[in-house]
Design a protein around this ligand. Sequence first.
Ligand SMILES: Nc1ncnc2c1ncn2[C@@H]1O[C@H](COP(=O)(O)OP(=O)(O)OP(=O)(O)O)[C@@H](O)[C@H]1O
Ligand SMILES: [Mg+2]
Length: 255
Amino acid sequence: MSLIRLRGIGKVYELGLARVTALKGVDLEVGDREFVTVMGASGSGKSTLMNIIGCLDRPSSGVYELDGRDVSRLTDSELAAIRNRKVGFVFQTFNLLPRVPSWRNVELPLVYSRVPAAERRTRAFAALGRVDLADRALHRPNELSGGQRQRVAIARALVNHPSIIFADEPTGNLDSRTGLSIMALFQRLHGEGATIIMVTHEMDIALHARRIIYLKDGRITGDERIKKPKHADKELSKMADLEEDELTEAIEKHS
Ligand SMILES: Nc1ncnc2c1ncn2[C@@H]1O[C@H](COP(=O)(O)OP(=O)(O)OP(=O)(O)O)[C@@H](O)[C@H]1O
Ligand SMILES: [Mg+2]
């Protein structure tokens, strides 16, 4: 059984008299433990699709089954309950509270699901450990680098033990090396059993997933399996080797 099953999903935004059709008849299945990227031009409907799959919004038409349950017609509070239990979100702009320590940012989803304070703290610290930031738990986001901020946001997405992690352009605000380190983290989480659905504009980033879905004008125009995904850890160590060689060369020239 597929974890996610979309049948004929459409989305129309109504703005006064204007109507924007953002999705048209989208059929899609995603299995448990997949790592999928969604690509497409600006305005093609990527975020709209993510918001529907992530239970942040409802489709205008079609059927969406999550874990075998039809969630297309739920009320706001029913959707919120599912979101709390099943999904974690990571955004391009991190969406962290800048003046609150990392661990308090990470525990927020647990506050919404009424987990007791002591357990929240333990789980927040554990989630920060999973993204290698145990030693930054007391730092505030405005005292962290961009890559570290995104890792705090990923820890926040993980803290509820979600079935699916959604990431909308998680590397969009990061330099290429830091972006690669976020891909290395996603690849590790995927190896540990996470299901990940990620939007990106960059093919270099998309090729770290196992599958790419292409959207154009609100329709799926391609669905491709990646036989040999790029290995972010290897790319990072290659980068480090190249820099080492350059340094050695420069030092030799001067001596
Ligand atoms: N809340 C909204 N109200 C009205 N129209 C919207 C809303 N959100 C998105 N749209 C419209 O729906 C279409 C798809 O938007 P969407 O945000 O899904 O695109 P996207 O592929 O994520 O683009 P980008 O790469 O720029 O983030 C666009 O034409 C957009 O203007
Ligand atoms: Mg978008």
